[in-house]
Design a protein around this ligand. Structure first.
Ligand code: URP
Ligand code: ZN
Ligand code: ZN
Length: 458
């Protein structure tokens, strides 16, 4: 199996130049100005297009038992959507129930992805309980190829952990060289505010925002910074939504905490009015909630200047029937939106085309940084001889619109319905094989590989 891409304008964080790319089996084997003396099974002319390394989404949920229901995508529907949108690798959160053994959870999630996913995948191991048995399980899981943990400072009584468990998790992570990804919101404040609003008869989806205001998120980040500072663990704040939370992370960084920040495409483009004014708004209920518009330029700037390292989705799809579980009580609306398919095109359109994000920084924040932070670089996130042939031949002249009617995710709505897209992947390859072409999935379910990763955050 061989693939030749001619006249590629290769764009990575460090380089931008025109060349041909030759891939033998699953790997990039040659990058030269003119490669004419080979016979390739597949030839792609990339004239007038960019060629990016496959995009990486470092924060998604597929198999997600949550708030009394399950997220709607399967590893087939999610990977299909990811590939059509240019994402060739994703990192899913393993979210065990507190009484579940970590090893069993790891095997459960791995079993769901293996044989189904069309793109490559790995996991952040959810630490939703900490005791000696769980500790042994986490240590074993790191040996089996996971090098990142996920913790929730929110969702008390479900995935949330205590401060004692937080301290133990970060201490273990530091010892093992594992980076800890964290959902930062003060769980007790959320509970108190939820009780207050419900007792006042304020039950609609708009009160989700008021029960988790920016200060609740900022307190969560501050809390994490304190614990990370004391243990020396490396931490990654997921789904940062507002200025207050970002400031706490930057303060942590200033005093020497090893911290990286992620934001999501939805926080850049949607604001809290998308979760109002009637129950339809439940479709856009997520945690942390969509914020006031004034946060958006701050997040864009932080992405551009490096304060924010990565742009992810936190893809967590629940359909409108599931969202109705929260009719009359906003605390029961399953949290999350679908966005896995649309992240790259929306980011390109509203970031690069509008001049907010430089093209190479776009690649860095949507691919390379995640590869570097989570132990995948230079196999992923790079266009180098020896890297996996995960390539996105991107057409910047495509024009279209996002719609649930045409998307590949298994969901009856799209939070970005009607948004214009200026650019989309023309061809997407996974380890040398074409998996998507002009909005169509042409890949193979089950071809996706589990990516083993080594710890590097000592
Ligand atoms: O609302 C969200 N973010 N749902 C998914 C679970 C999580 O908190 O990441
Ligand atoms: Zn979260
Ligand atoms: Zn999440």
């Amino acid at each position: 199996m061989s693939l030749l891409i001619k006249n590629a304008e290769i764009v990575t964080p460090d380089e931008r130049y025109v060349a041909d790319i030759f891939c033998q089996n699953e790997t990039i084997t040659r990058i030269e100005r003119n490669i004419d003396n080979v016979k390739a099974d597949e030839l792609i002319d990339a004239s007038g297009k960019y060629v990016f390394p496959g995009f990486i989404d470092p924060h998604i949920h597929i198999y997600l038992p949550f708030m009394g229901t399950f997220a709607k995508d399967t590893h087939q529907t999610a990977s299909r959507a990811a590939l059509v949108g240019g994402t060739t690798t994703f990192i899913e959160m393993i979210c065990p129930a507190r009484n579940e053994k970590p090893i069993q959870a790891f095997e459960l999630w791995l079993g769901k992805a293996q044989g189904n996913s069309a793109c490559d995948f790995t996991f952040h191991m959810g630490v939703t309980r900490y005791d000696p048995e769980a500790e042994a399980g986490f240590t074993e899981i790191v040996k089996r190829g996971l090098s990142s943990f996920k913790i929730f400072l929110a969702y008390k009584g479900a995935f949330g952990i205590t401060d004692e468990e937080l301290y133990a998790t970060l201490t273990l992570a530091k010892k093992l060289g594992v980076i800890v990804t964290a959902h930062c919101e003060n769980a007790d404040l959320v509970l108190e505010l939820q009780k207050k609003f419900l007792s006042e008869g304020k039950t609609g989806p708009e009160f989700h925002y008021w029960s988790r205001p920016p200060l609740v998120e900022a307190e969560g980040v501050h809390h994490l910074m304190t614990f990370a500072g004391l243990t020396g663990a490396h931490v990654y704040i997921v789904h940062t939504s507002c200025e207050e939370a970002l400031n706490e992370a930057m303060r942590g960084k200033q005093v020497g905490v090893n911290v990286w920040v992620e934001t999501l495409i939805q926080y850049l483009l949607l604001d809290r009015t998308s979760a109002e004014p009637n129950f339809e708004g439940a479709k856009n209920v997520m945690s942390p909630p969509l914020r006031e518009k004034k946060n958006q330029p701050i997040l864009w700037k932080a992405l551009a200047d490096g304060s924010v390292a990565t742009l992810a989705t936190d893809h967590a799809p629940f359909d409108f029937t599931q969202k109705q579980m929260g009719k009359g009580d906003f605390t029961k609306i399953p949290n999350g939106i679908p966005s896995l398919q649309d992240r790259v095109n929306l980011y390109f359109t509203h970031g690069v085309k509008s001049g907010k994000i430089e093209l190479q920084r776009f690649v860095d924040t949507a691919s390379t940084q995640a590869a570097k932070l989570f132990g995948l670089f230079p196999r992923k996130g790079a266009i180098k001889v020896g890297s996996d042939a995960d390539l996105v031949v991107y057409d910047p002249n495509y024009r279209g619109k996002i719609s649930a009617k045409t998307h590949q995710m298994n969901l009856d709505y799209n939070s970005f319905e009607g948004f214009e897209i200026q650019g989309r992947p023309h061809v997407v390859t996974v380890r040398g094989k074409v998996a998507a072409r002009d909005g169509e999935f042409v890949g193979e379910f089950g071809r996706g590989q589990f990516l083993r990763r080594e710890p590097s955050h000592f």
